[in-house]
Write a protein that binds this ligand. Structure first.
Ligand SMILES: NC(=O)c1ccc[n+]([C@@H]2O[C@H](COP(=O)([O-])OP(=O)(O)OC[C@H]3O[C@@H](n4cnc5c(N)ncnc54)[C@H](O)[C@@H]3O)[C@@H](O)[C@H]2O)c1
Length: 678
């Protein structure tokens, strides 16, 4: 048998490059959130396998000491994180020049990885969870170090291959190929369910990357503020009759969650000039958002929250109130006291409802954590009871005229799984969807995604605020606010972005843009880098976008030709972005809504000012967006058809998009009806 010594000699990158001796266990800093114990149901045989898997990263001289330590982690936390290898203290995305690397990309991705693990950003930084309860950068700290080491030595002729956080190695490619190709949690169809995923994750072979956690593109809750701002603003316009040039002044939005993404809700409602009450059971998250200025006051009781909201509504002033408590208690108070709410949603982590994402009513957040660890079946029982009650409250409020929408967190699916069949359109199962709209189906899809508007984002890798200011101004100069109301909203957003103090972590910005908007801004930034006006820039997006994500209950919920159950578009996004030379391409299972429910393709592009990158921008940026718009057009979505016709005119000779003919409805109806009658 080949010895471990021979293996050590054959490795180019290993943990002993970082640690000469086994490091001391780092101290866990007080007040930093820790992930609850994850489901652990491994058999004895599987437990042995999990230990052997984790020890693959570890040189033999440390096996005796680490094997029992890893077993202890597995039994007490449900996963092996390799805590011992976590760097002491906070991890921050530093200026790019402070990283080691042979390529700009290699250094740039280290900035992004570290930013995703920052105490101010990550949900459970010690467990490498960036957001969304379970979304991890990679599975363990051994992987973290080995990925970083590979990024340091990677040349422009190599590509780093990572599956589910496991750095499989550097492979020869070319400067035109991606520097990093990664995938997360892709399961074989028959095993593509939460239970099998939990086993694979406990074995150390699957990572849940959410979307921008495992794709290293998270920029803090700002990333989602713009989308939330657009969603509630346009919900107000289309459901409350607010004119296109007006905002949410004097209107009340009630919701829950001040976590990773849900934390954006307070800021978004204030920017849209409305009043928001956001229920949150975990006080530490309220503190974080309050200190950041993302909520403006805290209420201890539902009465205090609604009284204070009324005052700000009367004054016509934008204001976000965090209510410390359960959303169900808040809604029950509104129902009992006949309080008027304009817009209602929920952003608890219902995609992981039984893994701690949704807190039962009647117990505190701390009790929920204890119960989850000690008595899972009781916990599940309480979650289900709470979901049923939550649904009843919403039903009453909707009957009174409130507009409720599902916020892409699988809330309606969770209610259905808790035994409420009447939440299904067909009264039986989820196959025909649910009775309340998802925000994409009603708002984001037709108003934004079908035109190609989506969450374009960038990070100024120099870490300099002045670079961000320059890029804000440059991006603004690329937008014509008079073209559509969406452009005007985006223009106002970027004009006020700096004033709104959105940055948490690295100097990053989000700006919804369409295909050519993204391309033009990217070209402008690359030129600025070339001229030395700014340092290198990372471009990306989240997967909550026009293209990239196939998610029947969310991103693609307004695709009505039956193809919403297919994952072809996301796969093309991944392959197409790789073929066109994006710096990083990613394909994930589960982002946003849970394992088996979505496939997400994503990218990162490092702007170094070169002509090579200019060419990649021209071929890859429009593709990345129009991949989604063309698929939406093919599903006969009116706004997407309009966008493709316009695009074919502008880009004729370079791109040709297929556009569907549409038969008269009468023709189909009468034909099929007549056959059915017979
Ligand atoms: N806004 C969007 O556009 C968007 C995009 C992607 C995903 N999501 C979905 O939104 C959900 C939230 O994401 P996140 O990153 O904020 O997750 P998170 O887990 O960081 O935050 C959820 C918060 O809800 C709180 N909470 C749980 N149960 C509660 C209850 N009953 N009452 C009050 N508060 C409660 C938790 O304490 C937590 O702080 C996820 O399911 C995510 O997939 C939303």
């Amino acid at each position: 048998m080949i010895s471990n010594k021979q293996i050590e000699e054959a490795l180019r990158v290993k943990l002993t490059d970082v640690f000469e001796t086994l490091p001391e266990m780092p101290k866990f800093q007080e007040g930093i959130r820790r992930a609850p114990k994850r489901e652990f149901k491994l058999s004895k045989g599987d437990t042995k396998l999990a230990l052997k898997n984790a020890l693959r990263y570890i040189p033999e001289q440390w096996h005796e000491q680490l094997a029992p330590e890893f077993l202890d982690e597995l039994l007490s936390r449900g996963r092996i994180y390799g805590y011992r290898f976590r760097p002491e203290g906070n991890i921050v995305g530093k200026p790019i020049d402070e990283y080691i690397g042979r390529t700009t990309e290699g250094k740039a991705f280290q900035v992004m990885i570290d930013n995703n693990l920052n105490f101010d950003i990550a949900l459970y930084p010690y467990e490498l969870v960036t957001y969304g309860e379970t979304g991890q950068v990679c599975q363990n700290w051994m992987q973290y170090w080995i990925i970083k080491k590979y990024l340091e030595i990677m040349t422009e002729d190599q590509t780093l291959v990572i599956d589910s956080g496991n750095p499989r190695g550097l492979f020869k490619s070319s400067p035109e190929a991606p520097r990093v190709i990664l995938t997360n949690g892709l399961m074989i169809g028959m095993f593509d369910n939460q239970e099998d995923f939990n086993r694979a994750a406990a074995l150390g072979v699957a990572n849940y990357g959410q979307m921008t956690a495992g794709g290293w593109m998270y920029i803090g809750p700002q990333g989602i503020v713009h989308g939330t701002y657009s969603t509630i603003l346009n919900a107000g316009r289309s459901k409350l009759g607010i004119p296109e040039d007006k905002d949410l002044k004097g209107r009340l939005f009630v919701t829950s969650g001040l976590g990773g993404m849900s934390g954006a809700q307070g800021k978004a409602v204030e920017i849209a000039n409305g009043v928001g009450i956001i229920a949150e059971v975990d006080y530490s998250r309220i503190e974080t958002r309050y200190t950041q200025g993302w909520v403006s006051s805290v209420a201890k009781t539902p009465k205090e929250a609604f009284d204070s909201a009324k005052k700000y509504m009367n004054d016509g002033v934008g204001h976000a109130i965090a209510f410390h408590g359960n959303i169900v208690d808040l809604l029950e108070y509104a129902v009992d006291n006949n309080i008027h709410i304009d817009l209602l949603s929920d952003q608890t982590s219902c995609h992981a409802v039984y893994a701690g994402g949704y807190c039962p009513v009647g117990i505190t957040f701390e009790e929920r954590t204890e119960l989850l660890a000690k008595d899972k079946s009781k916990f599940i029982e309480l979650v289900d009871e709470t979901l049923r009650k939550h649904y009843q409250m919403i039903k009453v409020l909707v009957d009174r005229g409130v507009y409720f929408f599902d916020y892409g967190n699988s809330f309606m699916k969770a209610v259905y799984d808790a035994g409420v069949q009447e939440i299904c359109k067909n009264g039986e199962n989820e196959l025909d969807g649910f009775i309340y709209p998802s925000y994409v189906e009603d708002i984001m899809g037709p108003v934004l995604f079908d035109y190609g508007y989506g969450p374009f984002r960038w990070v100024c890798l120099s870490g300099k605020e002045e670079d961000l200011l320059k890029t804000d101004e440059a991006a603004m100069s690329c937008i014509n606010p008079d073209r559509r109301f969406q452009d005007r909203d985006n223009y106002i957003w970027i004009k006020d972005a700096f004033k709104n103090k959105l940055v948490v972590g690295t100097q990053a910005r989000i700006l919804y843009q369409d295909a050519l908007g993204r391309m033009n801004i990217a070209l402008k930034f690359n030129e600025m880098v070339r001229k030395g006006e700014i340092g290198p820039v990372m471009l990306g997006r989240d997967h909550h976008d026009t293209g990239g994500t196939d998610s029947p209950f969310r991103e693609t919920s307004n695709i009505k030709d039956g193809s919403n159950i297919m994952a072809d578009m996301a796969t093309h996004s991944f392959a197409g972005d790789a073929a066109r030379g994006m710096s990083l391409v990613a394909l994930h299972n589960g982002g946003g809504v849970g394992i088996g429910k979505v496939i997400n393709g994503g990218f990162g592009l490092v702007l170094d000012g070169s002509i090579r990158i200019e060419n990649i921008i021209k071929r890859a940026m429009p593709w990345d967006v129009m991949n989604g718009v063309s698929r939406r057009a093919w599903a006969r979505n009116e706004n997407a058809i309009e966008t493709c016709i316009e695009y074919n005119n502008i880009r004729g000779g370079q791109d040709f998009i297929s556009i569907p003919f549409r038969p008269k409805e009468d023709l189909i109806d009468s034909l099929v009806e007549s056959k059915w009658e017979k």
